[in-house]
Design a protein around this ligand. Structure first.
Ligand code: SF4
Ligand code: FES
Length: 260
């Protein structure tokens, strides 16, 4: 996506049914249609909303009643699938997890909510980005159990303590909020990015896995863990509360000192 042009005020939001007790808020969306636009531009919509609505409800109302061409990903609407990461008021969040009541302006002031696509991945249309570079990095770290021979006759037994070792990184939903908040990733798309390292961590520290050395070799690359500058943006952005920066630091330690 190229530069951002002037705002466009959109009318017609009165078509959205207003539930009892609704307040009207302004939703300002960075729009981009590659078929007609040379550059992205902001469009504003006046949307009736309840404090308990999520930002995803606002986007759906605009799409359903005002402009069906508005494009964004969503699926579960419950913070599980990771489809709807976007910048909300400049911060990477899942649209289905952000409540209107947490965005309201002080009494008497107009509430304006800005919504833009996550950064660092090519914008295909509006809030919809091309996730392929993100998943390419994910696949590159071999995010699956590697076991050579030793086929068990029953499940692979693991102690509770061994399971706890990588519990945090099992929570990843591949939303890309971390990777797309990383300044290193913005400037160098060939960096694996935090999410790929989190998913490598999940298997590197799994006592049943035999592929740690392969993964550590991969992440010891010029575009691997050493590009991390420990800005903590990733940890702040993660909607699952994963200690992303800590996971990256543990992978660095494993490369230097071997897997503990
Ligand atoms: S680590 Fe957190 S922010 Fe990053 S992709 Fe996984 S769930 Fe999303
Ligand atoms: S729509 Fe699935 S996480 Fe938000």
């Amino acid at each position: 996506m190229t530069a951002v042009s002037e705002d466009i005020e959109t009318t017609g939001a009165s078509a959205i049914p207003a539930p009892e007790g609704a307040i009207t808020i302004t939703v300002k969306i960075l729009r981009f249609n590659p078929e007609i636009d040379d550059e992205a531009h902001w469009e504003s919509y006046h949307v009736p909303a309840l404090p308990t609505d999520r930002v995803l409800n606002l986007l759906s109302a605009i799409k359903n009643y005002v402009d069906g061409t508005l494009s964004f990903r969503r699926s579960c609407a419950h913070g599980v699938c990771g489809s709807d990461a976007m910048q909300i008021n400049g911060i990477n969040r899942l649209a289905c997890k952000v409540l209107v009541k947490d965005l309201l302006a002080k009494e008497g002031k107009e509430t304006v909510v800005t919504v833009a696509p996550i950064k660092g991945l090519p914008t295909m249309k509006d809030l919809y980005v091309d996730m392929e570079p993100f998943f390419e990095a994910y696949r590159a770290v071999k995010p699956y159990l590697i076991a050579y021979g030793n086929e068990p006759t029953r499940e692979r037994i693991q102690s509770q303590a061994d399971r706890d070792r990588f519990d945090d990184t099992t929570k990843c939903i591949l939303c890309a909020a971390c990777t797309s908040s990383c300044p290193v990733y913005w400037n160098d798309g060939s960096y694996f990015g935090p999410a790929a390292i989190v998913n490598a961590h999940r298997f590197i520290f799994d006592s049943r896995d035999e592929g740690s050395e392969e993964r550590l070799d991969i992440l010891n690359d010029a575009e691997g863990v050493w590009r991390c500058r420990t800005t903590f943006n990733c940890t702040d952005a993660c909607p699952r509360g994963i200690q992303v920066t800590q996971a990256i630091a543990e992978v660095k330690q494993a490369i230097l000192r071997g897997k503990p």
